[in-house]
Design a protein around this ligand. Structure first.
Ligand code: GLU
Length: 267
């Protein structure tokens, strides 16, 4: 069975909808709770890597734009402003608990050509007791040449793989994987455990996504496929209530757990 107590190295993906209000401005109450809990988990001896979205969302907030830009130069400029604000926020909030953070910005190009450097740096940062905070380098990633990773669910899965993590947690604006679309079907239920990602599961994932973020359930399922194939468990849970992380680490049922392939061989 899934047992969280054995999970030491954890990649946590935070979506824009978890970090900001719909305006793109920081959700202060939620972030305060979240950072406190993450600092606590870090103090308990866990190694934490955050994959954080929010550069574009926070850039929109900081620049007081009314909607997400559509052209590449504006998107990249907004991301440049927002990434700065994002790291400033993490740095300030973690500092309160004496936790040091570091920024790592990745592109598809780096992941295909400089993987061992990324791996070594992540490893060294974790040894130093630092929390690496990873995002796609949205300011330079090139959409048109398909050199963009595209969304942070895939990025988080790649990071979990290269960091050889024990667990990937995706915090989003949904409670988990539902048996059917909860917006259309009031009887839809969160599936607590997925042992195998088959066509049925892919179908349940449908589409969707929030106004400021990029991914939907479909990108989360493909992230789950990527990590579980590599022997890493994954959880999708709602980020609106960070205290649920404590429940999760108390081995209570939270969100949807996707079990790693060959689970019995691992545990
Ligand atoms: N890298 C984008 C950002 O920081 C987010 C992509 C996503 O939401 O998946 O805004």
């Amino acid at each position: 069975m899934f047992d969280i107590s054995s999970k030491k190295r954890i990649v946590l993906k935070l979506g824009t909808s978890t970090l900001t209000h719909k305006t793109g401005k920081l959700n202060i109450r939620r972030m305060k709770n979240l950072i406190q809990i993450l600092a606590d988990l870090h103090n308990s001896g866990r190694e934490i890597i955050i994959v954080s979205s929010g550069a574009v969302g926070m850039g929109i907030g900081k620049l007081n734009l009314t909607s997400k830009p559509t052209d590449t130069p504006t998107k990249q400029a907004v991301a440049a402003v927002g990434q700065c604000e994002l790291m400033h926020t993490y740095d300030n909030m973690f500092e309160k608990y004496n936790v040091t953070v570091a920024q790592i910005l990745l592109t598809k190009h780096i992941l295909s050509n400089g993987l061992s450097n990324v791996q070594n740096t992540l490893q060294r940062l974790l040894e130093m007791g630092v929390i690496p905070i990873v995002n796609e380098n949205d300011t330079v990633a090139i959409d048109e040449l398909e050199l963009k990773i595209g969304e942070n669910d895939s990025l988080a899965a790649m990071v979990a793989n290269i960091a050889d993590a024990d667990l990937l947690i995706i915090m989003s604006d949904i409670d988990g994987l539902y048996s059917s679309d909860p917006h259309k079907n009031p009887d839809a239920k969160v599936i607590p455990v997925v042992e195998r990602i088959d066509e049925n599961i892919v179908e349940m994932a449908g589409g969707a996504g929030s106004a400021l973020g990029t991914g939907g359930m479909a990108t989360k399922i493909s992230a789950a496929k990527m990590v579980t194939d590599a022997g890493i468990d994954m959880i999708i849970m709602n980020g609106k209530d960070p205290e649920k992380l404590y429940d999760l680490f108390d081995n209570k049922e939270v969100g949807t757990v996707f079990l790693a392939k060959n689970y019995s061989d691992k545990s």
